[in-house]
Design a protein around this ligand. Structure first.
Ligand code: FAD
Length: 368
């Protein structure tokens, strides 16, 4: 049953990507166009709802959600990252405290009627021992008052929501979901970035923002366990954006080989090599995703896969640029754009440096 549902979902996404997204990819990259209608359309297609739990447990699930993100990523890495932001928000609420307000928000996000981003890099780095939490929570009679700032949160704006973590004055830590329009929230543009300009990545400043108890996704007693529950699916879905970018690089290489296949034989990382690596990583991703959904995945395996995706992205994008030659050096060429998209996959949390550090620590902690 869910096989047919997944195929139908991917057909809808494929059509939207080819007809609607493909003509916009350059504007998203170079003019910072935020593809809101496509994000909402992907919601109508069921790309985010694939992550919703079903009574019988037979929904399309994380693998289908990842395949949808990857289809988007093959055409536009920025939109794939935005689709990840939206999917990650749904995934987070799926694992949140069972509150009617959060359930209803999850349904709205899954349908693409509301949009939102997870501002959780800080929390994920915090739990890896890399930085303190940047937001502080003061308990108040109806919930918490939150203050502080997050330098980067994508997929936000008027009417959107964001999730983040904060440290309470008594030492407890919590995860909450706030409205971007709530009193005390300020969204600010940062300096221009080298790419991903269409991802509506803003800094968020909070000044005693009231977060009612119904918007607390994880209470202090559940904080660490919540991040542990959520993180594998988060990281796998993010890896899917990278796998999509690699597919885009393969498409560029194939096109370049039609023109200059003879000379391109002298390059490293051929189409066949990269395609084989991509297939291996997909096989692993499809093994790990159902385990992550069941809460039984080995975190180390997820970290290794995510690091391998970042590394493959960098190799594939550089190879696509070299295969495309001078044409690929034009700012308007997709191979040029994918170089920046691939770099982003390696520098977004969990970054390649954080992954390698965590993998090393986990391997050292394993019994010989
Ligand atoms: C285009 C883009 C989109 C992103 N989208 C999201 C998102 O949706 N959600 C999310 O949680 N994170 C997002 N991030 C943040 C990203 O995941 C990393 O956490 C961030 O880039 C820091 O990377 P790093 O770990 O290499 O830290 P470093 O670059 O080594 O920085 C160290 C620390 O310095 C601080 N810092 C870094 N940049 C700034 C800045 N501009 N202003 C103030 N302090 C700063 C941060 O605390 C950071 O952890 C985004 C980043 C970029 C570039």
């Amino acid at each position: 049953m869910h096989q047919a549902e997944s195929l139908a979902l991917l057909r809808r996404v494929d059509q939207r990507v080819r007809l609607q997204l493909s003509p916009l990819a350059a504007a998203i990259d170079q003019q910072g166009y935020y593809p809101e209608e496509i994000l909402r359309g992907l919601g109508e297609d069921g790309a985010y709802a694939a992550l919703l739990p079903t009574e019988a447990g037979d929904g399309p699930g994380l693998v289908a959600a990842m395949a949808a993100i990857a289809e988007v990523g093959a055409v536009c890495g920025s939109t794939a990252f935005l689709a990840w932001c939206q999917s990650a928000s749904v995934w987070l609420l799926r694992h949140a405290a069972p509150r009617a307000e959060l359930r209803s928000l999850m349904t709205e996000l899954a349908a693409g009627r509301r949009l939102g981003g997870p501002g959780l890099s800080n929390a994920i780095k915090h739990l890896a021992g890399l930085e303190p939490l940047r937001l502080h929570a003061e308990p108040c009679p109806s919930g918490y008052r939150i203050s502080g700032d997050l330098p980067w949160v994508s997929n936000i704006g008027g009417g959107h929501v964001f999730a983040a973590a904060a440290a309470a004055s008594d030492g407890g830590k919590l995860v909450f979901v706030a409205d971007c329009d709530a009193p005390g929230v300020r969204l600010c543009d940062g300096p221009p970035t080298a790419g991903m300009a269409g991802t509506r990545t803003l800094s968020v400043r909070l000044d005693k923002v009231l977060v009612p108890a119904e918007r607390v996704a994880a209470e202090p007693a559940d904080f660490a366990a919540f991040i542990r529950r959520v993180r594998p699916g988060f990281v796998l879905a993010q890896a899917a954006a990278g796998l999509g970018i690699v597919q885009g690089c393969l498409d560029d290489i194939q096109e370049a080989n039609l023109r200059d296949g003879e000379q391109n034989r002298w390059l490293d990382h051929s189409y066949q090599d990269l395609a084989a690596e991509l297939a291996d990583l997909w096989r692993e991703a499809k093994t790990l995703a159902p385990q992550a959904e069941a809460g039984q995945v080995q975190p180390l395996s997820v970290l290794r896969l995510r690091a391998a995706v970042g590394e493959l992205c960098l190799r594939a994008a550089m190879s696509a640029q070299l295969h495309a030659g001078a044409a690929g050096f034009l700012l308007s060429h997709s191979a040029q754009r994918r170089l920046r998209e691939a770099s982003f996959i390696a520098i977004v949390t969990p970054t390649l440096k954080q992954l390698r550090r965590e993998i090393d620590l986990a391997e050292q902690a394993q019994p010989a």
